[in-house]
Design a protein around this ligand. Structure first.
Ligand code: HEC
Length: 102
């Protein structure tokens, strides 16, 4: 009886932690593959469009897939993340960024 309860608690913890890793765009933005998105996009370093500043995104196509493309291949002063970061993680980070300017 006791053993079953422990196994159940263990798998619940596992389910919780893997969901957090897969879908938490904000934590990827802040502490994912470096240099972190936050290091430039919080304050507009190197001319990066800032989060929470819709005006910075004027003239940028806000299609999430297109933005993932440019992030993976790099754009201007932004380094390419291709081969260093998971595409799904970049998508989650981009979606988080978009959610701050909607
Ligand atoms: C070294 C600074 C730097 C880092 C780190 C950085 N960016 Fe950027 N990012 C930029 C700059 C600068 C631009 C503007 C590029 C331009 O238009 O010349 C930009 C543009 C973008 C754009 C708009 C692209 C477009 O099509 O116009 C997106 C989306 C973006 N970054 C997402 C991210 C994400 C997600 C991360 C983290 C995985 C990240 N950036 C990390 C500097 C950075």
């Amino acid at each position: 009886m006791k053993k079953i309860a422990i196994v159940a608690a263990g798998s619940m913890l596992f389910a919780l932690s893997s969901a957090a890793v897969a879908s938490d765009g904000e934590s990827i933005y802040k502490s994912g593959t470096g240099p972190t998105c936050a290091s430039c996009h919080d304050r507009g370093t190197a001319g990066a469009p800032r989060i929470n500043e819709p005006g910075d995104w004027d003239g940028i196509d806000l299609d999430a897939d297109a933005l993932v493309e440019s992030t993976m291949s790099g754009e201007g002063a932004m380094p390419a993340y291709e081969g260093r970061a998971d595409r799904d993680d970049i998508l989650a980070a981009v979606k988080y960024m978009l959610s701050t300017i909607e």
